[in-house]
Design a protein around this ligand. Structure first.
Ligand SMILES: C[S@@+](CC[C@H](N)C(=O)[O-])C[C@H]1O[C@@H](n2cnc3c(N)ncnc32)[C@H](O)[C@@H]1O
Length: 209
């Protein structure tokens, strides 16, 4: 019962189970996020956006990596925004962090604003992958990068691995080739994907050239 309620709240956390889901995501995604972040160079003055920021743990973590920079988090779930703001309260006061309520499809940010945009375990839910990636592309500076992090990947040798979650959350675990293709179709260059052995983690990096 608990498992079902949590999964049902992964798309757009709401109410009590939404809060529970956010708490469990902050913990549960910590490792995969750390692994993904190893694939990118982050300078201490970077301006970074975390899309689908959930409970704000990645924002918190990124902010510690950019003492001279600034980190933004955005999520369309009000519950997620509230929790992110609570977790990052001190750095919001210091004007180092900003958390916004909004959708990846229509980001409330200027063109050419970010050095890096991260998105952890949220891509599955986006309504129009290529256009949403294009929207991120718009907000990146020239030479800026996108980092997509996934725990669920469709692999040839385990096609049904995510069937239960897919059905419950109404999502589809993507194939590595689809992620690459969507990034290229959105305009990204130097697209690279990395996978972790014996587990279906994947991270994808693309650059605005
Ligand atoms: C599985 S959670 C991951 C949260 C966080 N990134 C983490 O790793 O803990 C997915 C998050 O993406 C958000 N989300 C889903 N679709 C979105 C969209 N179209 N625009 C903005 N946020 C979205 C959800 O509200 C949810 O907080």
């Amino acid at each position: 019962m608990k498992y079902y309620k949590l999964v049902l709240n992964a798309r757009n956390p709401k109410g009590f189970w939404g809060k529970m889901m956010i708490r469990s995501m902050n913990k549960g995604h910590y490792q995969v996020t750390g692994w993904g972040l190893e694939h990118i160079k982050i300078k201490d003055n970077f301006t970074i956006l975390d899309v689908g920021c959930g409970g704000g743990k990645t924002v918190f973590r990124l902010n510690e990596m950019v003492p001279k920079g600034r980190v933004y988090g955005i999520d369309y779930s009000e519950v997620a925004v509230k929790k992110s703001k609570k977790l990052n309260k001190k750095e919001i006061k210091n004007n180092k962090v900003q958390i916004d309520n909004g959708s990846v499809s229509n980001l409330p940010y200027n063109d050419n604003m970010f050095d890096l945009v991260t998105a952890v375990e949220t891509y599955y839910f986006w309504p129009d992958k290529v256009n949403d990636l294009k929207e991120i592309y718009r907000t990146l500076k020239l030479k800026g990068k996108i980092l997509l992090i996934f725990e669920m990947l469709e692999k040839e040798n385990e096609p049904d691995k995510w069937a239960e979650v897919e059905k419950l959350a109404k999502i589809k675990a993507p194939k590595e080739s689809q992620i690459r293709e969507n990034l290229l179709n959105a305009g990204f260059s130097n697209v690279k994907t990395y996978t972790k052995e014996n587990i279906s983690w994947l991270c994808a990096v693309g650059e605005k050239e």
